[in-house]
Design a binder for this molecule. Structure first.
Ligand code: ATP
Ligand code: K
Ligand code: MG
Length: 672
C-alpha cells in the first residue's frame, strides 16, 4: 500500500510519496517533477498531463486547463467567466456544473468539470503507480482554503471516479505548514508560547496567507485569508497585454484575433517573466507569430514592475486580513515562510518583506512543499505507515447555518441557527437538538452568500430526519442530530438519535465548603460512599437511532459507479491506442534493424537468395506501414513483425550458433 500526496495546482501538479522514512517528489514519464494540469482530447485517445501540453498549441479547442477552478461551479458564475479567458476549450453547461465541449473520437462531447478532474487524477494515479511499481489508492490532495462544500465534493467525487481514496482534502497552506513543522525538533512545549508562522502561498492563480501556531507535535491554523484572483497568470497577462499593444503598433498585427498567436505569446511571456526574476532584462523573440511576421522585443524588470504595479498594491491584502482575523499584529509573527512559484518575483518578495520589516524565510521547496505536506498527512492517516504523529487543526472558511420549518406547537422556536462560525476548528462535530412529533427536514447552507467565491451556491444539503414519532407521555420526541464538518472541510449530518429525559439518582457533588478531591469524584460510580447525599436529576438517555436521508451536492452512488466505469473504459481505450502506437514504432524500428543486420552480422551467414527475399519483405512491410498500415490494429502490427521474424529465423539461428562456437573456442583457450 502506498502513501501519496498530490498538490493539484492550477498550472502544475506535483506528486510526492512517503517511503524509506522520508518523502520524495516523484518524476513523470518524461522525468519532470511537475506535470501540467491539463486534459486534451484527440481523434483516437485523450491526452493527459504532459501529452496534453505537447499537443496544446495544435489542439487548443480540445484542451482544458484550470481544471480545479472549474470543479463544482456553474457556467453562469462570474468567476467561471474569468476562467474562460484562460481555458482554450469552450466551457458549457453540463448538468448543474460547468463542463467543456470538445471533439473526442471524432464526435462532439461534453464532459463535466468533475469528470475532467477525474481524468487528470487517473493520470496522476498512473504516474505514481509507474514510479512506485505498486497499486496506488490512498492519497491526500491539496485544495485552496477558499473552496466551498460543493467544490470540495466535486473533487472528492473526481478522486473516487479515478479509483482513488482521498484520505484528506487539505488546504494548501495547511499542507505546507505540516511539512514545515513535522521536521522541526525545537518547537515550543505545550506550556510555552507557540511559534507563530505566516505561510504565504502564491501560485499560478491564487494567493493564500495563513497564520499558524506551532507547538511540539501539533499545529493549529488561526486564520486564513485569500485573494483568489492573484497569481502568476495575472503577471503573464500583464505582459501579454503589453506586447499585444507593442506588436500592434510595431508590426500591425493584432494577436487577440489569433488564438494560436495568443498562446505562443503567453508561453513566451511566462518564460520572460521567469528570466526577469533573475535578470534585469529579458528578450522576446517569436518567429512567424502571425501573417508571417517575426516579432522581437525586449523588456526590463523595471518596465515589468510598472505593468504589475496594480497587483503589487494588493499584495499585503491577504496578510492584513489574516492578521486581523487572528487578532494579531505583524510584530507577533515569528516566521514568514513563502511557497508557490510566484513568490520568486523579486518585487513581490520586496513588498512583503517591507510590510513585515523582517527577513522572509524560504526554507521549504517553493514548488514541492505542498505535495510533500500532503504526503506527510497521508502517512499519518494511513494505517500501513509509521510516522511521528503531528496533530493538524484547521478552521472553517465560511459560517454554516441550518434552517428548518417552524413547528406550530413550539411558539418561539427560531427557524435557523448558525452552527459553525467562520474560524471554527475543523474537524468539528456539533449536536443539534429538536423537539418534534414527526419526520422533518433541515437545510444547511452558507450563512453569508456574499463572502462566497463568485456565485457559488450557498446551498450545502437537505437532511430529512426519519423515524420521528410523538412520545405518548411528553408529546415530543427529543431528536439529536450530529452535524460535522469533517477533515475535508465538508459538512454532513452524520447521524441522528433520540433521547428521553429520565430521572436518575446522582450523588450530590457540590456541597458547599466540602472540598472533595475531584479525582475521587470521578470514580464515585464504583466506590459508592454509603453516607453520601444523593438527589434526583434529569438526564437524557439515548433510546434509539433516527435514520437520515441526505440530499447533498455529491454524485450519488449509481452516478459515481457509472462515471467510474466510463473513466475506466476511456483509460483502457487510451492504453490500447498507446500500445498500438508502440507496436507500430517497434515494427518500424525492427525493419531498419533487420536491414542493417543483413548488411553486417548476417551478411556472411545467408545466401543472396535468402537475403533478397527478406529485403523484399522488409520493403513491402515498410510501404504498407506508410499506406494501408498507417492505422492498423495492435494485433496486425504484431503479426507483421512475426512474419519477418519467421523468415529471418534460420539466419538468426546461424548467427547465434556462430557466436556460441566462438565463445566456446575462447573459453577453451582460456582453460588451456
Ligand atoms: P495554484 O496554486 O494557483 O493553483 P499552481 O500550484 O499550479 O497554481 P505554482 O506551481 O505554485 O502554481 O506556481 C506557478 C506559477 O509560478 C506560474 O505562474 C509560474 O510562471 C510562476 N513561476 C515559477 N517560477 C517562477 C520564477 N522563477 N519567476 C517568476 N514566476 C515563476
Ligand atoms: K503546484
Ligand atoms: Mg498551488
Amino acid at each position: 500500500m502506498s502513501v501519496v500526496g498530490v498538490d493539484f495546482g492550477t498550472l502544475n501538479t506535483v506528486i510526492a510519496v512517503a517511503r524509506n522514512r522520508g518523502v520524495d517528489v516523484i518524476t513523470n514519464e518524461v522525468s519532470n517533477r511537475a506535470t501540467p494540469s491539463l486534459v486534451g482530447f484527440g481523434p483516437k485517445a485523450r491526452y493527459l498531463g504532459e501529452t496534453a501540453k505537447t499537443q496544446e498549441i495544435s489542439n487548443l479547442k480540445n484542451t482544458v486547463s484550470c481544471l480545479k477552478r472549474l470543479a463544482g461551479r456553474s457556467l453562469k458564475d462570474p468567476d467561471v467567466q474569468i476562467e474562460q479567458q484562460y481555458v482554450s476549450a469552450a466551457l458549457v453547461e453540463c448538468g448543474a456544473q460547468v463542463g467543456a465541449e470538445v471533439s473526442y473520437l471524432g464526435k462532439k462531447e461534453k464532459f463535466s468539470a468533475t469528470e475532467l478532474v477525474a481524468m487528470f487524477l487517473s493520470k496522476v494515479k498512473q504516474t505514481a503507480q509507474a514510479e512506485l511499481k505498486l497499486p496506488v489508492s490512498d492519497i491526500v490532495m491539496s485544495v485552496p482554503a477558499w473552496f466551498t462544500d460543493v467544490q470540495r465534493r466535486s473533487l472528492m467525487d473526481a478522486a473516487e471516479i479515478a479509483g482513488l481514496k482521498l484520505l484528506r482534502l487539505m488546504n494548501d497552506t495547511t499542507a505546507a505548514a505540516l511539512g514545515w513543522g513535522i521536521t522541526k525538533l525545537d518547537l515550543p512545549a505545550p506550556e510555552e508560547k507557540p511559534r507563530r508562522v505566516a505561510i504565504i502561498d502564491i501560485g499560478h492563480s491564487d494567493y493564500t496567507c495563513s497564520i499558524i501556531d506551532f507547538k511540539k507535535g501539533e499545529l493549529a491554523v488561526k486564520s486564513t485569508a485569500c485573494d483568489r484572483h492573484f497569481g502568476g497568470r495575472d503577471f503573464n497577462l500583464a505582459l501579454v497585454n503589453h506586447f499585444q499593444k507593442e506588436f500592434k503598433a510595431k508590426y500591425k498585427i493584432d494577436i487577440t484575433t489569433n488564438p494560436k498567436a495568443m498562446v505562443r505569446v503567453e508561453t513566451s511571456c511566462e518564460k520572460l517573466k521567469k528570466i526577469l526574476s533573475a535578470n534585469q532584462q529579458a528578450p522576446m523573440n517569436i518567429e512567424s507569430l502571425m501573417n508571417d511576421v517575426d516579432v522581437t522585443g525586449m523588456i526590463t524588470r523595471q518596465e515589468f514592475e510598472a505593468l504589475i504595479e496594480p497587483m503589487l498594491l494588493k499584495v499585503t491584502g491577504p496578510i492584513e486580513q489574516a492578521l486581523a482575523e487572528a487578532k494579531l499584529t505583524k510584530e507577533d509573527i515569528d516566521v514568514i515562510e513563502l511557497v508557490g512559484g510566484c513568490t520568486r518575483v523579486p518585487s513581490l518578495k520586496d513588498r512583503i518583506q517591507e510590510y513585515f520589516g523582517k527577513q522572509l524565510s524560504f526554507t521549504l521547496n517553493q514548488d514541492e512543499a505542498i505535495a510533500r505536506g500532503c504526503a506527510f498527512s497521508c502517512a499519518i492517516l494511513s494505517p500501513v505507515f509509521k510516522v511521528r504523529d503531528f496533530a493538524v487543526q484547521d478552521i472553517c472558511s465560511y459560517p454554516i447555518e441550518f434552517s428548518w420549518e417552524k413547528d406550530q406547537d413550539i411558539p418561539d422556536e427560531d427557524t435557523s441557527l448558525t452552527v459553525f462560525q467562520k474560524g471554527n476548528v475543523l474537524p468539528s462535530t456539533k449536536i443539534l437538538t429538536f423537539y418534534r412529533k414527526q419526520a422533518f427536514d433541515l437545510e444547511a447552507r452558507y450563512a453569508k452568500p456574499e463572502i462566497l467565491p463568485g456565485k457559488v451556491q450557498p446551498f450545502i444539503g437537505r437532511f430529512s430526519v426519519k423515524g420521528v414519532k410523538a412520545d405518548p407521555k411528553t408529546e415530543f420526541m427529543i431528536c439529536k442530530l450530529k452535524a460535522r464538518v469533517n477533515i475535508h472541510g465538508i459538512l454532513n449530518v452524520e447521524s441522528g438519535y433520540y433521547v428521553e429525559d429520565q430521572e436518575v439518582e446522582e450523588e450530590v457533588k457540590d456541597d458547599e465548603g466540602d472540598k472533595k478531591d475531584p479525582e475521587a469524584m470521578e470514580t464515585d460510580g464504583e466506590k459508592k460512599d454509603p453516607k453520601a447525599k444523593t438527589r434526583k436529576v434529569k438526564k437524557q438517555v439515548r433510546k434509539g437511532d433516527l435514520p437520515i436521508v441526505a440530499g447533498v451536492t455529491s454524485l450519488d452512488q449509481p452516478a459515481l459507479a457509472a462515471a467510474a466505469e466510463k473513466e475506466n473504459s476511456m483509460a483502457m481505450e487510451d492504453k490500447l491506442v498507446a500500445d498500438t502506437e508502440e507496436k507500430k514504432n517497434e515494427l518500424e524500428a525492427y525493419i531498419y534493424e533487420m536491414r542493417n543486420k543483413l548488411d553486417e552480422q548476417y551478411a556472411e551467414l545467408a545466401n543472396d537468395d535468402e537475403k533478397d527475399k527478406i529485403r523484399a519483405k522488409l520493403t513491402e512491410t515498410e510501404d504498407w506501414l506508410y499506406e494501408d498500415g498507417e492505422d492498423a490494429t495492435k494485433a496486425v502490427y504484431v503479426a507483421k513483425m512475426d512474419e519477418i521474424r519467421a523468415m529471418a529465423g534460420p539466419i538468426a539461428q546461424r548467427h547465434f550458433d556462430k557466436v556460441e562456437t566462438e565463445r566456446q573456442a575462447l573459453q577453451a583457450k582460456l582453460d588451456a
